[in-house]
Design a binder for this molecule. Sequence first.
Ligand SMILES: Nc1nc2c(ncn2[C@@H]2O[C@H](COP(=O)(O)OP(=O)(O)O)[C@@H](O)[C@H]2O)c(=O)[nH]1
Ligand SMILES: [Mg+2]
Length: 270
Amino acid sequence: MSDQTIPVVAIIGRPNVGKSTLFNRLLKKRRALVDATPGVTRDRLYGDLQWQGVHFRVVDTGGLQFDSRDRLGERVALQVSKAMEEASLALLVGDGREGPMPLDREVASWLRPWGKPVLVVVNKVDSDRELPASYEFSSLGFGEPLGVSASHGRGIGELLDAVARRLPLGSGTVGSGTVGSGTIRVAIVGRPNVGKSSLVNRIANEERVLVDEAPGTTRDPVEVTVSYQERPYCLIDTAGVRSKRRLNSRVDAVARIKALEVIHGVDVCL
Ligand SMILES: Nc1nc2c(ncn2[C@@H]2O[C@H](COP(=O)(O)OP(=O)(O)O)[C@@H](O)[C@H]2O)c(=O)[nH]1
Ligand SMILES: [Mg+2]
């Protein structure tokens, strides 16, 4: 674990509003899996960036649903809670094409007790046409919303300005994420359901990666920084690799490609 202090900004919202697209846009990389089907993101993904001299860390999280029938929902919420514990600022992301939905209000109510600053970001404001709907998000009670388009890059500079203004400089704690030089990168690769994520959680000594009995739970490669005998290691948990003909969905297919890509960038593969 790193002891440097860098403020953490958590990207929070219901499924499918474009959190991962925004995360990728902020990092200028296609890091997180994005798909039109809801519930793709499950784990916390971290990335560091710098805006006008201000360094901070963004965390992409899974969509909050508060549906007791959804088995994974509760575990996703636990991961979102872990992101909030570290965060100095939350970006509450909504969908400007749909306007505020009941679930957005539930997310707002969930966020309030954390007592942390919240900036409402209305995504999918691809044109001025969506602006009126974006203003409606002020009813969430966290001040004036900011309209952006993560996929088109609209309003991102303004968003970064707003984030930088709100960050308490030098505060914020860091759990895991940045990988410095000298860090040994270790990929955990294998068939679905052999226990890759459980192994990572055991080594990290926390529920860092979501584990479920259903195969294919991990989708995004999840980087987890640990130290052992004073040496830093970055473990990268990956989606299970199964044969192409057994892939069930496009999300599985992309997750498989991402897992295979990880292998090329590491020092050691387990
Ligand atoms: N029109 C439009 N679509 C977007 C925008 N950002 C994301 N999307 C789409 O919304 C869907 C969900 O995106 P994703 O980032 O996976 O949402 P998440 O579940 O909140 O992480 C995908 O089909 C994206 O391509 C945007 O700014 N404008
Ligand atoms: Mg996502």
